[in-house]
Design a protein around this ligand. Structure first.
Ligand code: DC
Length: 224
């Protein structure tokens, strides 16, 4: 049986994971947050105290690397590294930058490509990331490129951190977002970019509810 797949790509902080998760829930599809997989590789790099900028130190870690995805009964994705639940650890600020660095290494991307494609072969998926529509699932039934102005994304991130009781500074967050955008857009392999056949959804002036309605509208147009 051919499974359906929906690819949602875009920069950090555009609301991809929240929207993709809700969409998957509505459709009864599996939600796959591919950034979480790159983050799990980053945790391994940090565990081993390897230099994420040095492929010669990162590539050997891929051999025998044990990464698993699990799902709670409510569909929340959990990541396991060598059997350990690292779902909280991957959200640490330090991991974001390292994930972006290791994701620029071709061997890391090749390693994770099969992993991601296998998930889409086995289930109907809503997959979010940077290169899902362009590289991982070029045949996806629906492709959405979800974006928002860096300032809007920084504001959302600030609120999120404040709600979690973490200290945060708007200018630092904005700088960080712009740095990560630059790194993700300028890497040589599978850079962040809109697929030619993806629909652009800009959420700069939309709240979560409005973004969700638009997303559902776009998806329902393509998947009847
Ligand atoms: O979506 P995120 O912030 O959790 O992703 C973490 C990093 O992983 C991001 O900086 C870029 C990388 N990434 C990628 O290169 N390709 C993907 N499909 C998903 C994430």
């Amino acid at each position: 049986m051919n499974h359906k797949s929906i690819a949602i790509d875009g920069p950090a902080g555009a609301g991809k994971s929240t929207l993709a998760r809700k969409l998957a829930e509505k459709l009864g599809f599996l939600y796959v947050d591919t950034g979480a997989i790159y983050r799990t590789v980053a945790v391994k790099v940090l565990w081993e105290k390897a230099d994420p900028a040095d492929p010669a130190q990162v590539i050997p870690l891929l051999e025998g690397l044990e990464i698993h995805i699990g799902y709670d009964s409510d569909g929340v994705q959990r990541m396991y590294l060598e059997g350990e639940d690292v779902s909280a650890a991957i959200r640490k600020h330090k991991v974001s930058g390292v994930a972006s660095q290791v994701s620029a290494i071709p061997e890391v991307r090749a390693f994770l490509l099969d992993f991601q494609r296998k998930l889409a072969r086995e289930s109907n998926v809503v997959m979010d990331g940077r290169d899902i529509g362009t590289v991982v699932l070029p045949q996806a039934d629906v492709k959405i490129f979800l974006t928002a102005a860096p300032e809007a994304r920084a504001k959302r991130r600030l609120l999120e951190l404040e709600q979690r009781g973490e200290a945060a500074d708007f200018d630092a967050i904005l700088r960080d977002i712009k740095d990560r955008d630059w790194q993700d857009e300028h890497r040589a392999i599978a850079p962040l970019k809109q697929a030619a056949d993806a629909v652009l959804l800009d959420t700069t002036h939309l709240d979560l509810g409005q973004s969700m309605s638009q997303l559902l509208f776009l998806v329902k147009e393509k998947i009847k």
